[in-house]
Design a protein around this ligand. Structure first.
Ligand code: UD1
Length: 371
């Protein structure tokens, strides 16, 4: 009778879903494991969570923790308190966490304290900016992890410099790109074009949600002024994140955002269609810097640093400052020459999750062997 080992996956926020989906799919072919999916509920609106489960073919979560919003401590603490008894009950052989959100950190902490090995997908990324909550989450999660799956050589280097033994680091490529390549053909461009009245390669997509950009009214005001200059030249489609929507409710922002095509957060496939046909993308997101590199669309990142330097060195990404000060110059370049082109980094080939599954299969087999 084979011994079935449990693998628990923890997801919580929008950028987790496209990273977990291919890993869960790839592990289906590994014999004698039972996969359990736990959704912390950090993101809970239907268009921030449910539609991603649908678009990505993620299974219905086996457990939902329903933690919702709150301060960092409230959110992280709530995930930990609700997760701990479930880990004690399930006794998994491994917990898999992805990305850098509060749910990632909370999941890793609970598992490590229960002496359950942690696998971190998207390990080793560093912005070296400790004012970003994600940087804290990344560093601590990596420190707690037994298996570190990295997307690029810079991530390996960062981990080695922090003293992580080489045999724990597995460069597998970028799982988020697995999801993108899997569904790209299904992205509904015709529908989006009609619905929003867009012309191919003659609009820009804007996303903005980092606390550093949207929580400070002066910074947000400054950014909106610069974005209006872009909007005077081509349509700017702005799917608004709930955090930003709360800020834009202030009366002073009503007129400024009116020059943008403001829409609700979009499902994965619809958003992908918009990215794929844009002239350029303006964003403060992490993952979008990678997606635009693969789609070969110029990306202007509204930040002073990035934990994804490979997208600047090899891809289509340009840092234009958290206040957008370099945006006019970057936009002039785009109009003059079509913008920055690059190439797709090594191993961002749609097969990262199967590489992860191979490593996990070996790891789980070795755990059984020592029992
Ligand atoms: C979180 C992640 C960030 C990631 C982003 C992607 C952390 C520290 N931050 O930031 O790394 O880039 O997700 O979206 O984990 N809200 C809703 N409905 C939802 C989700 C959130 O109304 O479905 C509200 C929350 O109640 C809160 C605000 O939006 O007031 C921010 O949500 P939160 O999960 O705390 O952080 P994000 O800004 O989404």
């Amino acid at each position: 009778m084979p011994l079935v080992q449990r693998v628990v996956h923890i997801v919580g926020a929008r950028p987790n879903f496209m990273k977990a989906a291919p890993v869960i799919e790839a592990l289906r072919s590994v014999p004698d494991i039972e996969q359990i999916l736990i959704h912390t509920g950090q993101h809970y609106d239907s268009n921030m969570a449910d539609v991603f489960f649908r678009d990505l073919g993620l299974p219905t979560p086996d457990r939902s923790l329903d933690v919702r919003g709150g301060s960092h401590a409230q959110q992280t603490g709530a995930v930990m308190m609700r997760l701990e008894p479930i880990i004690d009950e399930l006794l998994p052989a491994l917990v898999v966490v992805v990305g850098d959100v509060n749910s990632t950190l909370a999941g890793a902490l609970v598992a490590a304290k229960a002496c359950v090995p942690v696998a971190h997908v998207e390990a080793g990324l560093r912005s070296f900016d400790w004012t970003m909550p994600e940087e804290v989450n990344r560093v601590v999660t990596d420190r707690l992890s037994t298996l570190l799956f990295t997307p690029s050589p810079d991530a390996d280097r960062n981990l080695r410099l922090e003293g992580v033994p080489a045999d724990r680091i597995h460069r597998v490529g970028n799982v988020m790109i697995d999801s993108l390549l899997r569904v790209r053909d299904r992205a509904p461009w015709d529908e989006m074009r009609r619905r929003l009245g867009l012309a191919d390669r003659f609009y820009t997509v804007l996303t903005l949600h980092r606390p550093a950009n949207v929580d400070d009214p002066a910074r947000l005001r400054e950014l909106l002024v610069r974005l209006q200059e872009v909007a005077a030249r081509m349509p700017v489609v702005f799917p608004v994140h709930p955090r930003t929507a709360q800020r834009l409710k202030e009366p002073e922002f009503a007129t400024w955002s009116s020059s943008l095509t403001v829409v609700e957060p979009l499902p994965y496939l619809e958003f992908l269609a918009l990215l794929d046909h844009a002239a350029c993308v303006l964003t403060d997101s992490g993952g979008i810097q990678e997606e635009t590199t693969v789609l070969d669309v110029p990306c202007f990142t509204l930040r002073d640093n990035t934990e994804r330097p490979v997208t600047v060195e090899q891809g289509t990404n340009t840092l234009v400052g958290a206040d957008g000060r370099l945006l006019p110059e970057a936009f002039a370049d785009l109009r003059a020459g079509g913008g920055k082109r690059g190439h797709v980094p090594d191993l961002w080939d749609g097969r990262a999750a199967s590489r992860i599954a191979e490593v996990l299969e070996r790891f789980l087999a070795s755990k059984l062997a020592v029992k």
